[in-house]
Design a protein around this ligand. Structure first.
Ligand SMILES: C[S@@+](CC[C@H](N)C(=O)[O-])C[C@H]1O[C@@H](n2cnc3c(N)ncnc32)[C@H](O)[C@@H]1O
Length: 367
């Protein structure tokens, strides 16, 4: 049975479900969940992420991690976590760049948080190939299962896959957006009968409010670990830096936007990351927040243009052209480029200040 049929049958017997439940099933259903059943990356897949565009992305993040570790006082043991490593490309490039500082690699123990067996196998190959100088890689179902200790955590395009709830304001108040069945038995959006008494935010009629409780809970968990053991977490994703209203739930298939209800489990469902809420949740647990800044600023401060220049010195004409186009994609602001759409934010233990990439070297660029 397809996941769409399974969800429709569930709604027929138990009633409409929340957007949060729908996203959770579509992405993480044990059998049909989008990430459980495929490798969605690349030109032939559904989307392409920054580490898949260019090795420069992972390399600079590797050097960022080495710099954080030095600022932490070079702890002898470091828990190096990546959330949702995809094909493992970012971690492999990061470890290769970090070979410049062998003591960092001796200290780091690699912990990958990944629920997809297919992607775990892929990560094992990719990271395994780069992983010549340090101990074994461990996989975990969730961040909570990773060991305690001084921490550096990387999450690129992970938080946008965490389920959100949506609310819509009508004349009587905020109602939760639900997914039910229309007259033909197809999945369709509707609203809860009751208004949500605790929500009293003023906004224009028809406004949509999104709340990402799963993301905020994870941010609190990471922050508590950082406050207790020291370290830093880097979150890069597309999203907004000012809390606002709007429906950002979207589905992508073969690089095109499609209806989020069309084919659950077969399209990539995401929502914009609310950096303000993630940052506030972390600060309540005693962590420091750095940024968010545009990805463009973060990567430029880490020296992406110089890295592109040095790669081009050894490149053929065709390779040099592809390095240039990757650079434009990563730091440009034209439609389709990631430079300003994506943001970088770090969380850290309270004494870790001046992290690279967050305005310590240059004036912040406008978001
Ligand atoms: C959009 S991909 C990003 C991949 C990678 N970070 C990159 O930049 O190429 C999301 C990743 O998170 C994993 N993932 C999604 N939801 C997850 C969850 N709830 N727990 C653990 N991993 C999850 C997916 O399997 C995938 O590896």
């Amino acid at each position: 049975m397809s996941l769409r049929r399974e969800i429709a049958e569930q709604i027929a017997t138990e009633g409409p479900i929340t957007v949060e439940r729908y996203m959770g099933l579509a992405l993480s259903h044990p059998k049909h969940g989008y990430y459980r059943s495929r490798d969605p990356f690349g030109l032939e897949g559904d989307f392409i992420t920054a580490p898949e565009i260019s090795q420069m992305f992972g390399e600079l993040i590797g050097l960022w991690a080495v710099d954080c570790w030095a600022r932490m006082g070079e702890p002898e043991r470091l828990v190096l976590v990546e959330l949702g490593p995809g094909r493992g490309t970012l971690m492999a490039d990061a470890l290769r760049a970090a070979r410049l500082v062998p003591r960092f690699l001796e200290a780091a123990r690699i912990h990958l948080v990944e629920t997809s067996e297919i992607l775990r196998a892929r990560q094992s190959e990719t990271v395994g190939r780069a992983n010549t100088t340090h101990g074994p890689i461990s996989w975990h179902e969730s961040f909570a299962q990773t060991p305690e200790g001084p921490l550096i955590l990387i999450a690129n395009e992970f938080f946008d896959a965490l389920p959100i709830r949506q609310y819509l304001l009508d004349t009587q108040g905020w109602r939760e957006r639900l997914i039910g069945l229309d007259d033909e038995g197809s999945l369709s959006f509707g609203l809860s009968g009751e208004t949500v008494a605790e929500l009293r935010l003023a906004a224009p009629q028809g406004s949509v409010l999104e709340i990402g409780s799963a993301g905020m809970a994870l941010s609190r968990e990471i922050a508590a670990r950082l406050a207790a053991f020291g370290g830093a977490a880097l979150i890069i994703d597309y999203g907004h830096t000012q809390q606002g209203f709007g429906d950002t739930l979207q589905a992508v298939r073969r690089h095109q936007f499609v209806d989020p209800l069309e084919a659950p489990g077969e399209t990539d469902l995401t929502a914009h990351v609310d950096f303000t809420s993630l940052g506030n949740a972390a600060m309540k647990e005693g962590a420091l927040r750095h940024g968010p800044v545009a990805q463009r600023q973060f990567l430029r401060e880490l020296g992406i243009e110089a890295r592109a220049g040095s790669l081009k010195q050894k490149a053929s004409e065709a390779q040099a052209a592809s390095i240039d186009s990757a650079l434009v994609r990563l730091i440009g602001d034209a439609p389709g480029a990631m430079g300003t759409l994506f943001k970088a934010m770090a969380l850290s233990s309270p004494t870790l200040t001046g992290l690279a990439g967050f305005g310590s070297l240059t004036e912040p660029e406008p978001l």
